[in-house]
Design a protein around this ligand. Sequence first.
Ligand SMILES: [Zn+2]
Length: 88
Amino acid sequence: MRLLIYIILIFVVYQIYKAVRRELGRPEQVNRKKDDGAITAELVEDPVCHTYCPKNEALTAGMDGKSYYFCSEKCKQKFIEMHKGVCV
Ligand SMILES: [Zn+2]
């Protein structure tokens, strides 16, 4: 009898997992509009901690005519510190 409970439990968990995955997939599809030029869901790499974060949520810093994207203010500051001596 206990086995049946486990099967039901696994089924329920699987259903929740599917629902969550569907929820997570939705914003990506909404943002995949080609008419507005820039892709809002584009991921950018943080050069400090190498995490990928959405471009519209990332912090930016311009250096040497290039734009860099950061996941947090901490990473941005670290990057600026690292390049202070290099870029004038
Ligand atoms: Zn970072």
